[in-house]
Design a protein around this ligand. Structure first.
Ligand SMILES: [Zn+2]
Length: 112
């Protein structure tokens, strides 16, 4: 697949998928075979993802969102990864403030 992910999107995915469990490992392996398929209409940084399914296997069964984490900065924002059939399908940013977050923050996540 020629088109690769924007650096801020792939950095965010990598930071969210650092786990050593099989689901994180399988989803992390998909990043190199993923492209942006669409963007959110509200102006936020959320992206629809599309994996080249011929290139990598799906992740083992897991819940959705597969990952949900809070940013260190900004404090009131977080990111979630959703999957479809075991493949990355959506990287969503959310915020407690009413203004959409238009750019991916530094991918530093904290426990809340
Ligand atoms: Zn949005």
């Amino acid at each position: 697949m020629a088109e690769s992910l924007p650096p801020d999107v792939s950095a965010t995915l990598n930071a969210l998928l650092t786990g050593t469990d099989p689901v994180s490992g399988a989803l992390r392996a998909q990043i190199a075979h993923t492209r942006v398929a669409g963007r959110c209409g509200c102006g936020c940084a959320t992206v629809d993802l599309e994996v080249n399914r011929a290139a990598v296997p799906p992740a083992p069964e897991h819940g959705n969102p597969a990952v949900d984490a809070w940013y260190a900065v900004p404090e009131n924002a977080g990111a979630m990864i959703f999957t479809q059939d075991g493949y990355l399908s959506l990287l969503e940013i959310y915020s407690a403030s009413s203004d959409p977050i238009a750019a991916w923050p530094t991918p530093c996540f904290v426990e809340r």
